[in-house]
Design a protein around this ligand. Structure first.
Ligand code: UN1
Length: 485
């Protein structure tokens, strides 16, 4: 079986652990390749390389850095079909979404390449004459990027592209469930001409590789997407580094009594069962107006029952496998909790026997907002229908949750749609669309226990840079602010 090395200081090197671990194809459960089980020592080497590469990379004009990003985008385009298939093989999502994953990576490299010609600061007048005031953006330094498996090319790109355009150098630890996708992206970064040491990759577990990266004193910033528990660990261990966190979600679609129900069903299906429910933005709650509850439920159930499970490479398949056995067990644990809580199971709720990590698309109804299945992130193909008395009740249920990533409302009433936009407590709000499908030139992120970071868009630049405020006094005398004589 093919075995991959790590990329440190411009070279592919083995870990001094002399140990490797496999990545599995979740549709078959079979290993596809082996990877280095990195160590603290590997992290130290990678941080050293990134530190050495920093002065030159930082001094490279941002538009020149942008040229490399544009080249990365063009290489990703060239390899889109191959990489999209790889995403499906290693992560499991259906091929059209695998290709979408790579497209999102292309989009973000293109967008951030353009930011190289802006990286705007702002100018403002001084309170004193003959004095100029403005701000410029500065890189943080060496940044540590820790990425999940659910968007194995897009999320690394969300972090790598803005980090690079701002002039940072990188130590990247990809998820141990999808290291192959990460390394294939890194190969293209190298091919595009990134100088040695600018991007370094160490593969391995959170405890052996992630923790020393988070704690390393020479690392200036950490950007993490993943679970709330790991986010809390990072906050407690990163010291005074700048930390970006993109954590869980428990996203809801509200369906009002005037909504186009067929359109709502499409949005719910895509949000809840697309990517097998494994998006931070996935729809895991439907909050429906009591007047249309039964009709929506019937329409939805008919469609959920028809979803075809299988290997995402087959075009006939709607829903791929879960990422691993642990995810199957977690989803099933919540099915049992839901039953115990007396929610009504309409369909699914079963582990599919045989090869791979499959779970049948699960639909619960008569779910009370306080039930665990309506409060905790499942990260699998499990959806809860909750009934609301009216608009105000729906908003209260939607907001009464520890997370705040994405929400959606289906209605044709413009006044209620606008009111929802105003009062929903999530970082992203959709009207007449699903909770998933964010675009890379807009800020992405949440509130509450989702974390408060904004990635992508112009705010992705803020995550990976500091503001430097500059005062230039051209009066030829010492002028004192605040009227000091
Ligand atoms: C995630 O699941 O962490 O908006 C990211 C979406 C995708 C990104 C999801 N563009 O669903």
């Amino acid at each position: 079986m093919k075995s991959f090395k790590q990329f440190i200081n411009g070279k592919w090197v083995a870990s001094d652990s002399h140990k490797t671990f496999p990545s599995l194809n979740p549709a078959s459960g079979k290993p596809i390749a082996r990877f280095q089980a990195g160590t603290k020592n590997d992290i130290n080497k990678a941080v050293r390389a990134a530190t050495l590469a920093l002065p030159k990379w930082k001094a490279t004009p941002a538009p020149k850095r942008g040229e490399i990003l544009l080249e990365i985008a063009s290489l990703l385009k060239k390899h889109k079909q191959r990489l999209g298939k790889l995403v499906t093989e290693e992560m499991g999502k259906v091929l059209t979404e695998g290709l979408g994953d790579v497209q999102e990576a292309i989009d973000v490299f293109e967008y951030m390449a353009g930011e190289g010609r802006r990286l705007f600061g702002h100018t403002t007048p001084s309170e004193l004459p003959n004095k100029a005031c403005f701000t410029v953006r500065q890189p943080l330094g060496v940044v540590g990027l820790i990425t999940p498996w659910n968007f194995p090319t897009a999320i690394p790109a969300w972090k790598i592209a803005p980090a690079l355009i701002c002039g940072n150098t990188i130590v990247f630890k990809p998820s141990s469930d999808t290291p192959l996708c990460a390394l294939e992206v890194v190969k293209l970064l190298i091919e595009a001409g990134l100088p040695k040491g600018v991007v370094n990759v160490v593969t391995g577990s959170g405890s052996e590789v992630g923790t020393p990266l988070v704690k390393h004193p020479k690392v200036a910033g950490i950007s993490f997407t993943g679970s709330k528990a790991t986010g809390e660990f990072i906050t407690a261990n990163a010291g005074l580094k700048k930390v970006g966190l993109e954590l869980g979600g428990k996203n809801a679609i509200i369906v009002l009594d005037d909504a186009d129900l067929d359109s709502a069903v499409e949005g719910i299906l895509f949000g809840a069962f697309g990517t097998t429910g494994q998006r931070c933005t996935a729809t895991s709650r439907v909050i429906v107006h009591r007047k249309v509850k039964s009709l929506l439920e019937t329409k939805l159930l008919r469609r959920v029952k028809k979803l075809r499970l299988g290997n995402g490479l087959k075009s006939s398949v709607d829903v791929g496998p879960l990422i691993n056995q642990k995810a199957v067990e977690k989803t099933h644990k919540y099915t049992q909790i839901g039953k115990k809580e007396h929610a009504k199971l309409l369909c699914g709720g079963e582990i599919i026997k045989g090869k791979g990590f499959f779970y049948s698309p699960t639909l619960f109804t008569n779910v009370k907002p306080s039930m665990k299945i309506a409060q905790e992130e499942i990260f699998g193909p499990s959806l809860s229908i909750i009934t609301a008395k009216d608009f105000t009740d729906a908003i209260t249920i939607c907001n009464n949750i520890e997370y705040g990533l994405s929400s959606a409302i289906y209605t044709n009433n413009v006044n209620l749609a606008m009111k929802a936009v105003e009062v929903l407590e999530t970082g992203i709000v959709y009207v007449n669309s699903s909770t998933i499908g964010a675009e890379v030139h807009l800020p992405f992120g949440g509130t509450k226990n989702t974390g408060h970071t904004r990635e992508a868009g112009i705010e992705g630049i803020f995550e990976f840079s500091n503001t430097k405020t500059v005062y230039i006094d051209y009066s030829g005398t010492l002028q004192k602010a605040q009227g000091v004589k």
